[in-house]
Design a protein around this ligand. Structure first.
Ligand code: PDD
Length: 280
């Protein structure tokens, strides 16, 4: 396997960054995860937009143009010979003597890796659905920026895993479900309306979230972008989650409470089919 590190393609086991890289010491960086299907990058322009917005939010200069990044990404995928894969891109502020304020002369570190990912393996999971465990949302106030500071997400997902759940849901003190540890959160009410948290600093603007909203509108499925509570989700007709790595996955249990029929519901399945039809 090859990786791309600071302007060179290198074997993954030889790929390295400086020990004083600020990504390592301060989580001073951002990342993107993009699906590769049949050798093609899925929703690449949307990932590029988010990458650019995140860099400017952190005041990190772009390590290369969007066009150059696209060439490098495509080359890395081709060199590894993967058809279905996940592309990981990380940009940190770079290496500098440890000191909190932004160093004047740091050169951003760009790392790109790709790994095989079998999207078809999600299909059986899709039929059965997954469980979710709620955790208190203790994250910072800018969850809309895709930074590598993922410790709350790591701990939340570990709590979920120990509880036998696929995902953790971040719930604030007022009971509102913001999103999952690495996914956006959705419910469907008894009338078939699809509900998800509006874009705000409380959630990551997921690319799959945007795709799903677009498909729902096109299929004339009613959608409300508004906050919903954990109790509302537990009493909902359906619930599901979306992300690059789990495009539209039904949720059948939240904190031990069965959701709807206890199987992925009809609206979830329909949206999943619309998504797959577009992807394939
Ligand atoms: N996670 N919310 C959070 C907190 C996320 O980390 C992610 C993505 C999403 C969904 O975004 P998208 O649809 O663009 O994948 C929502 C990636 C996949 C990860 O950290 O692995």
């Amino acid at each position: 396997r090859l990786a791309y590190v600071n302007h060179a393609f290198v074997p993954l086991d030889k790929a390295a960054v400086h020990v004083e890289d600020r990504g390592f010491q301060f989580a001073d960086g951002i990342y993107e995860v993009c699906a590769v299907l049949n050798g093609q990058l899925l929703d690449w322009p949307l990932h590029l937009d988010r990458w650019t917005r995140n860099l400017s939010a952190l005041l990190i200069p772009a390590p290369m143009s969007a066009a150059a990044l696209t060439l490098v990404a495509r080359r890395l995928i081709a060199l590894n010979g993967y058809k279905d894969a996940l592309l990981y891109i990380q940009v940190t502020r770079g290496a500098a003597r440890r000191d909190h304020p932004i160093p004047a002369d740091a050169q951003p570190t760009l790392v790109m890796t790709v790994r095989r990912f079998d999207f078809a393996a999600r299909v059986p999971q899709q039929a059965v659905g997954v469980k979710v465990t709620s955790v208190t949302d203790q994250r910072w106030g800018r969850c809309d920026i895709k930074t590598v500071a993922l410790l709350p997400n790591v701990l939340a997902k570990q709590t979920a895993r120990l509880a036998g759940s696929f995902e953790a849901w971040f719930v604030s003190n007022d009971g509102v479900v913001a999103e999952g540890g690495s996914t956006n959160a959705w419910i469907v009410d008894a009338a078939g309306t699809v509900i998800t948290h509006p874009l705000s600093a409380r959630i990551l603007p997921g690319i799959m979230r945007a795709s799903l909203l677009r498909l729902a509108h096109a299929a004339q499925i009613k959608v409300e972008e508004r906050p919903f509570t954990l109790a509302e989700a537990q009493g909902a007709a359906e619930a599901f989650l979306t992300s690059t790595t789990a495009p539209c996955l039904g949720i059948v249990e939240i904190d031990g409470v069965k959701v709807g029929s206890g199987k992925p519901g009809p609206v979830t399945r329909r949206l999943g089919e619309l998504l797959w039809a577009e992807i394939e």
